[in-house]
Design a protein around this ligand. Structure first.
Ligand code: NDP
Ligand code: 8X3
Length: 250
């Protein structure tokens, strides 16, 4: 029987690329996000090769998360792999100038959203004694960079939650791992800079950043290891990047 993977944030960037990569590997997919049209389009494309179900919800709202996950048709109720990917940075400001709305968004989406989704799915994995949770952290969860303050805090929290999940789920048969990318060219900076494409494009100029497909390829590798192998933590940067602040730009 094909395994089922649920991907949050599948409408764009890393999540979308992962959906495409896992479809090619014959995983059945539950694709989540807020933008319904994008989910519908991706479903149309990927249904040609695998079974796809979409769920439209905002990870910030725990009742919506619960309702959406409880609505799954029988064929999609067993979730073998959970990829907690939904998230973004909002703003890039010194902390003293930061917007409380941006802080709320990052902590509510990147941290609490990940917890709400996991809370719904962990029990069935524990009951079966089998499952795999992958949390998408960031290099921003391993170090702090200027003006990154709350985004870095949210990704440090993801790193801590990943470690905590692995400890608490030890012995249940559920694997937990973190993947922490550096600079990946997606809609990430468009969102961070609130639609300012010029600013967003500049982030990735003068060097070759990671592509979402690079991370998707690694996720595919991680989820296709034998059961006894758990890739617990990965940091992935492009060759031009040495740390959050050291990037060889020509
Ligand atoms: P994108 O902006 O391209 O994708 C973000 C995804 O998250 C979208 O599918 C979006 O879907 C979803 N999302 C955002 N907010 C919500 C919400 N409130 N409820 C449900 N879904 C939401 O960015 P990336 O692909 O780059 O980001 C994916 C993950 O990778 C994030 O966790 C990010 O922090 C992390 N990351 C990114 C890096 C990068 O350089 N790009 C590097 C390191 C980590 P929709 O808007 O339809 O809801
Ligand atoms: C995304 C990587 O360095 O833009 O998490 O914060 S960075």
């Amino acid at each position: 029987m094909n395994k089922t993977a649920l991907i949050t944030g599948a409408t764009s960037g890393i999540g979308k690329a992962t959906a495409i990569e896992l479809a090619k590997e014959n995983f059945n997919l539950i694709l989540c996000g807020r933008r319904q049209q994008r989910l519908d389009d991706l479903k149309t494309e990927l249904s040609k090769i695998t079974d796809v179900h979409t769920l439209t919800f905002d990870v910030r709202h725990k009742d919506e998360v619960k309702q959406a996950l409880e609505s799954l048709p029988e064929a999609f109720q067993q979730i073998d792999i959970l990829i907690n990917n939904a998230g973004n940075a909002h703003g890039l400001d010194p902390i003293q100038d930061g917007s409380t709305e941006d802080w709320d968004a990052m902590l509510d989406i990147n941290v609490k959203g990940l917890l709400y989704v996991s809370k719904q799915i962990m029990p069935q994995m524990i009951e079966r004694g089998n499952g795999h949770i992958i949390n998408i952290g960031s290099t921003a969860g391993k170090e702090v960079y200027p003006k990154g303050n709350v985004y870095c805090a949210s990704k440090h929290a993801v790193d801590a939650i990943t470690q905590g999940m692995r400890i608490d789920l030890n012995g249940t048969g559920v694997k937990v791992g973190g993947i922490n990318p550096g600079l990946v060219e997606t809609e990430f900076s468009e969102v961070r800079f609130k639609g300012n494409s010029e600013k967003a494009t500049k982030v990735y100029q003068g060097f070759e950043p990671l592509k979402p497909e690079d991370i998707a390829d690694i996720i595919k590798f991680v989820v296709t290891r034998p059961y006894h192998v758990n890739i617990a933590d990965l940091i992935v940067m492009c060759t031009a990047q040495a740390s959050s602040t050291i990037v060889d730009k020509k």
